[in-house]
Design a protein around this ligand. Structure first.
Ligand code: KG4
Ligand code: ZN
Length: 399
């Protein structure tokens, strides 16, 4: 089989992205280009504003796709297909990518492939996980981002395709959403996950601050501390499900802030960040050094303890599910999979269990189009093409 190229387009949330991925004769996927335009405009609002997202996608889509084609050094006539995110995501945001992909496919006489964003995150890892997993199956996939926290049992199916079964999900907030909301509460820029990741090592974790009971079962309404495996089971106590909950810890952080009268310091931090231009910044080394003087040790300890509790909860559910289903390996993906403590903690436990584990590169952890193109290859080989009438499916599920 000669090498095959797919152009992927992703616009489900606040990143406009296009990428060209090559599938070689040996079955290896290679990212030739992966252009991501992040919408900084949402920082001022502390979360994604859907109307603004659509408008920004419209502005960015042409230069982003053109940039991806140029960086890859390919022409439309070199492509085998165009892949686009069908859902889940924001309706208006998805619509921009889908309309553009449909028009391109029509104009260039190429097949169109619809990709589930969640399967895309899984393929961000599978793309170069051959060395980690070889042909092992089933695998357990934790997809953990700003909009999703799911555990999937991923089984190899014929024609290099995969089948997925959802065996756990958050019952309330996604883990990334909890990172972002706690960050906003503490006066940090959006998205807050990377800031919390960068600040946490400067604090000391107090494991008593947020016992796992704070990440309790919302649906059961049970407030009793539950440190056993039962705490991660679904309300119907289905022993084959490993559901999670993150809104309890977010509320616990809010209560801690109120109880310790931290609001004036937070308001001062917001002012200071604005004054020195950090309010829309990413926490690179320089920005982190400029930001640190605006935190007291109590806030840094709170951040470290919060991150530790979320990581412990994710790891606990993942390893309970891995054990229950006797999987041959674990893969972690989605924006939160960029988190340093999550990577360290999961890698250490997996090593103790002698279980292979794989993460995407940091660039492929958060939303990008290379993962959409990568997930489209099995569909291309199975000639599983989307109709010209493809529309967004904002609530699309996987498995
Ligand atoms: O996958 P993604 O780009 O978009 C969704 O599909 O939601 O994930 C974005 C989420 C945000 O909540 C962001 O705060 C979080 O991933 N995130 C992180 C880190 N990098 C991104 N959370 C914790 N630590 C990080 N290093
Ligand atoms: Zn995502």
């Amino acid at each position: 089989m000669p090498s095959t190229l797919i152009l992927g387009i992703e616009s489900s949330c606040d990143e406009t992205s296009a990428a060209v991925v090559r599938h070689s004769a040996s079955g290896q996927a290679e990212v030739l280009s992966n252009v991501v335009a992040s919408q900084l405009i949402h920082s001022s609002y502390g979360g994604v504003v859907p109307e603004l997202a659509s408008r920004e996608h419209l502005r960015a889509i042409v230069p982003v796709v053109r940039g991806a084609m140029q960086r890859a050094g390919v022409a439309y006539s070199d492509l085998a297909a165009i892949a686009v995110t069908e859902g889940p995501g924001l309706a208006g945001a998805l619509l921009v990518g889908i309309s553009f992909a449909k028009a391109l496919a029509f104009g260039a006489d190429l097949p169109l492939i619809a990709v589930n964003h969640l399967e895309g995150h899984i393929h961000a890892v599978l793309m170069d996980a051959n060395t980690t997993f070889a042909d092992a199956s089933p695998l357990l996939a934790l997809v953990v981002s700003g909009g999703h926290t799911h555990l999937y049992l991923a089984t190899r199916a014929p024609e290099r395709t995969w089948r997925y079964r959802n065996v756990g999900k958050t019952l309330d907030d996604a883990a990334g959403e909890a990172f972002d909301k706690v960050a906003k509460l503490l006066g940090l820029p959006y998205p807050g996950g990377p800031w919390i990741d960068a600040l946490a090592p400067h604090g000391t974790t107090d494991t008593h601050l947020f016992p796992l009971a704070h990440i309790k079962q919302k649906a059961t309404g049970n407030t009793a501390p539950k440190l056993s495996r039962e705490a991660v089971l679904a309300p119907n106590d289905d022993p084959a499900r490993f559901d999670m909950s993150f809104s309890g810890i977010k509320t616990a952080v809010r209560r801690y802030v109120e109880l310790h009268h931290m609001q004036p310091a937070i308001a001062a931090r917001i002012e200071a960040f604005r004054a020195i231009g950090l309010h829309q910044a990413k926490p690179d080394t320089t920005n982190l050094a400029r930001a640190l003087p605006h935190f007291d040790s109590q806030t840094l300890n709170l951040i470290a303890s919060f991150q530790n509790a979320v990581v412990k909860n994710l790891a606990r559910s993942t390893f309970h599910a891995a054990e229950h289903y006797g999987v041959r390996g674990i893969l972690i993906s989605g924006g939160v999979s960029a988190n340093s403590e999550l990577r360290r903690s999961i890698a250490a436990t997996a090593a103790r269990h002698n279980l292979p584990v794989a993460f995407p590169t940091i660039a492929l952890s958060t939303d990008n189009a290379a993962m959409i193109a990568a997930a489209a290859f099995p569909k291309l080989f199975a000639r599983d093409f989307a109709p010209g009438t493809l529309e967004p499916t904002p609530q699309l599920r996987l498995g």
